[in-house]
Design a protein around this ligand. Sequence first.
Ligand SMILES: N[C@@H](CCC(=O)N[C@@H](CS)C(=O)NCC(=O)O)C(=O)O
Length: 194
Amino acid sequence: MLTLYDAPRCPYCARVRIVLAEKGVPYETVVVDLSDRPAWLLEHNPPDGRVPVLEEDGWVLPESAVVDEYLEERYPEPPLLPVDAGERAAARLVISRFDALGKPYYALRREEAGAAGRVEHALEGLDALLRAAPFLTGRAFGLADISYLPWLLRMRDLMGLSLDRHAALVRWLETCCERPSVAAEVETVASLAA
Ligand SMILES: N[C@@H](CCC(=O)N[C@@H](CS)C(=O)NCC(=O)O)C(=O)O
């Protein structure tokens, strides 16, 4: 049985939660108190015991993007990467450029000067991708979409950020929220606001 060391408020954990839900993989959750991490976690994902961590029979895997790729290979159905090698590479490129959104997002959370403009710029970049294709993964929903969704949901539902200037992005977000895996994350985010 897989165990996910998880924290509801962590968007990196949400990446893994969504993939597990998409694939219908059974797993146990160990909810980690981010202000008081268990020694096991510090030992297995040094130096700071970050989550998510996936564990199976003593084998331990951290890093959300790596965990998601592992789950994709280990549980290939339903596929979350395109069949075509070039399209797969394009999806991985989008995932690898996540920091273009992640860095300004966390700068905005820290209320750094200029961060709002940098977030807008990153959102415009995503909107441009979504004007060219229905999903960040390309023609179908997949790992690239999952890599960004947790932050977009938190911007929309927790930070009160208007995404209205980015019509393709808003359409994409609404479409993704129709999936049970993403709808469950919307619920998790709502519980954080309560
Ligand atoms: N690169 C890691 C980042 C994971 C991460 O930063 N997780 C946060 C929680 S959202 C964490 O555990 N941060 C350490 C801390 O808060 O001390 C991944 O993709 O899994």
